[in-house]
Ligand binder design. Structure first.
Ligand SMILES: [Zn+2]
Length: 212
């Protein structure tokens, strides 16, 4: 079941690896594929060694419906997010270093760069630490994600979501690029001015027609 979607999940997982958002088997990629059905990458498998059949099909109680692998240890938190964010059809979790570093210098990454305005839609908040592989991670993510497509998890990493997997992937990769710029600018002593909200709205409007 869901062979095409399993391939999409694996392709996104390889993409976050290629973009250095995770190492080895870190993070996870998941997708809502039907009512009470989710695809999630397996626990502790190196992405390059995975085949589409390794992607687990689970239900809302984290029971494996199809597949031989154990699903991601974050599955309970991910299901909580899907339950409380009905517009989310894909979630990507990474340990991307630049964005995680930003979590130690601010409580919110502002709308300071076109990539944040466009790919993340709104400023990205920093959620306080909570242990991974537990429901609390999902609860805090929902609380702090607000109207952004991303949240930084302090002492941990990042969660992004989207109406589809490409939207979640763009949010993760462009957030990392933006956070590198943010850290570089701040480390050079630059003050990052707030932008006119009207211009931010205009910028976001342009993104609606971006791409093919
Ligand atoms: Zn993690």
């Amino acid at each position: 079941m869901f062979e095409k979607e399993k391939k999409q999940v694996l392709d996104a997982a390889l993409e976050i690896k290629k973009n250095r958002l995770v190492s080895l088997s870190g993070g996870n990629v998941s997708m809502r594929v039907a009512d009470d059905r989710y695809l999630v990458t397996p626990s502790g498998m190196i992405y390059e060694e995975m085949v589409p059949e390794d992607v687990c099909l689970i239900d809302g109680k984290c029971r494996v419906v199809e597949g031989k692998r154990k699903p991601s240890s974050d599955s309970e938190a991910l299901i909580y997010m899907y339950d409380h964010m009905p517009q989310a059809n894909a979630i990507i979790h990474t340990h991307q270093p630049w964005a995680t570093a930003v979590g130690f210098i601010t409580d919110e990454l502002p709308d300071f760069l076109v990539t944040v305005m466009d790919a993340c839609r709104n400023p990205v908040k920093v959620a306080p630490f909570t242990p991974s592989s537990a429901l609390g991670m999902g609860e805090l993510a929902v609380e702090y994600i607000v109207d952004s497509l991303a949240v930084i998890l302090k002492h941990h990493g990042v969660l992004t979501w989207g109406a589809d997997i490409e939207e979640a992937l763009f949010a993760a990769v462009y957030l990392e690029e933006a956070c590198q710029t943010y850290v570089l600018a701040r480390s050079m002593g630059a003050q990052i001015p707030a932008l006119d909200p009207e211009l931010i709205t205009q910028e976001k409007a342009g993104w609606e027609t971006y791409g093919q």
